[in-house]
Design a protein around this ligand. Structure first.
Ligand SMILES: Cc1cc2nc3c(=O)[nH]c(=O)nc-3n(C[C@H](O)[C@H](O)[C@H](O)COP(=O)(O)O)c2cc1C
Length: 191
């Protein structure tokens, strides 16, 4: 279903969701896509109870044909080369949502997204943040109406203990990608 498609897949520092995201990279690969991995600076350096940088890179190496893109200089050619069909940021942190919404381009993931969007191709975001209904809400609102941007459906994950938190259903990454390649948003977008 995705054979012949090249997917740029960015991992950001929502560490409790990273293992699920790595599983989705495997799903996309099994559907025939070639995956170009891109890992944020925080993913490259953060060791925590959920994962380690080496563990993530080792797992990516099993699925992807090229090593991860890790800096702005290596991400910039994504624009002129114009060979990526769709860019995915899953998980997408509040930090990266804020930068994308406000045109800030100071790191590898925002560079990859900016370079890709210049080619008028789809970008899929999977938000995962404790402040989705707080400080990040205006950024989500800004991005959700923007041309070529699609969201992996997301919802409140614990409305009692974390009333501002929302997380994308990462099991829906592949379905979101399939529709976004066709210029459509998977619905319902809010779970
Ligand atoms: C254990 C751990 C879990 C985190 N989980 C999240 C998260 O789910 N969502 C989020 O927006 N930020 C989370 N953060 C904070 C981000 O990692 C931090 O804002 C980082 O600067 C994000 O950078 P990036 O967007 O370039 O990856 C977490 C940090 C740590 C240490």
């Amino acid at each position: 279903m995705l054979s012949g498609k090249k997917i740029g897949y960015c991992l950001c520092g929502s560490f409790c969701t990273i293992n699920a995201a790595l599983g989705q990279i495997e799903v996309l690969r099994d559907m025939g896509a070639e995956i170009i991995p891109i890992i944020s600076e925080s993913v490259q350096k953060t060791k925590c109870r959920f994962c380690t940088p080496t563990g993530i890179i080792d797992r990516l190496q099993l699925v992807c044909s090229s090593p991860p893109i890790t800096d702005i200089v290596t991400a910039e050619p994504i624009g002129p080369q114009n060979d990526i069909d769709i860019m995915v940021v899953a998980p997408c942190t509040s930090n990266t949502l804020g930068k994308l919404a406000n045109g800030i381009n100071d790191c590898v993931v925002t560079m990859a997204c900016k370079a890709h969007l210049r080619n008028n191709k789809p970008l899929v975001l999977a938000p995962a943040t404790n402040d989705a209904l707080g400080a990040s809400l205006k950024n989500i609102g800004e991005l959700i109406v923007r041309k070529n941007i699609y969201f992996v459906p997301f919802g409140q994950d614990d409305c009692i203990k974390k009333p501002l938190s929302m997380v994308a259903d990462l099991n829906k990454v592949a379905d979101t990608v399939l529709l976004a390649l066709d210029g459509r948003q998977l619905q319902p977008i809010i779970l």
